[in-house]
Design a protein around this ligand. Structure first.
Ligand SMILES: [Fe+2]
Length: 263
């Protein structure tokens, strides 16, 4: 499996507190069947993002896992004004493995009305946004039509693996399950922060997804799509969204149509 979102790199944010903890997280990942991870520290007013330092931390950690685990860098990109100014100049400072995809996280307390336009502009700049853990955000849960609109604009969605086991509460769990069932999720990732409460494990989630939605879906969400994002390639698994989802309250038509690309 390939993990595109985790805070394994030490002493950069609220993730791993030391190189030793990062090594433990890496060993945990290997034992769980993970071959590639992308360390994605926050770029947030609370945690300044310095790509050179991120790369240095990655190199130190990679040296401890030569040939056993591939570690790349990315960013858990907070959609702030300052970050958006910065990314216009140098997109690959923030993208996953310095390629095409960008993890985009929203604040829990406000999502500005200009977000549709912002995501559109990122797309025009050649960046493919991945909305991180929408199931954990109460604002997105309360207005899912906005989330579905972003997907129709060409954004992708990443659910946190632990959401499916109820770690983030019933509403997040039920929403994650519902959206996977609606083909509105493209990735599962650990968003690991440590070795205890937020571990770097995905196997249990792989098995859970296999049991509920089938092995093909587990393979797509935990292996094939993450691998494509790691390599900066088009996703192999992007099933069509139901045409009525999010467009009208309670719309659950089973009719399908070709996905409409807004731009
Ligand atoms: Fe994160």
């Amino acid at each position: 499996m390939i993990d595109i979102h985790c805070h394994i790199l030490p002493e950069l944010d609220d993730g791993s507190e030391s190189l030793e903890m990062s090594v433990e997280m890496g060993e945990m990942a290997i034992a769980d069947g993970v071959t590639h991870v992308i360390g994605t520290p926050h770029a947030h007013p609370k945690y300044p993002f310095v790509p050179e330092l991120v790369q240095k931390r990655r190199d130190e950690l990679q040296a401890r896992f030569e040939g056993r685990l591939t570690i790349a860098t990315g960013c858990d990109f907070h959609l702030s004004y300052e970050n958006l100014q910065e990314i216009r100049h140098s997109p690959t400072r923030y993208t996953l493995n310095q390629k095409k995809y960008l993890l985009v996280e929203f604040a829990d307390y406000s999502i500005p009305p200009s977000t549709d336009q912002t995501l559109h502009e990122l797309h025009l700049a050649g960046i493919w946004p991945i909305i991180t853990h929408p199931e954990r955000n109460p604002l997105i849960r309360s207005k899912p039509e906005r989330f579905f609109r972003w997907l129709r604009q060409g954004c992708y969605a990443q659910v946190t693996a632990q959401s499916l086991s109820g770690k983030f509460g019933k509403p997040a769990q039920e929403t994650a399950e519902q959206w996977i069932g609606l083909n509105a999720v493209h990735f599962l990732a650990s968003d690991a922060h440590n070795v205890t409460t937020r571990p770097l494990k995905l196997k249990e989630t792989f098995d859970r997804v296999t049991k509920t939605w089938g092995a093909d879906v587990a393979q797509a969400l935990l292996v094939d799509n993450p691998r494509a994002a790691f390599d900066g390639k088009s996703l192999p698994w992007v099933p069509e969204l139901d045409e009525d989802i999010g467009l009208a309250p309670g719309g659950t038509s089973t009719r399908k149509r070709k996905r409409f690309w807004f731009f």
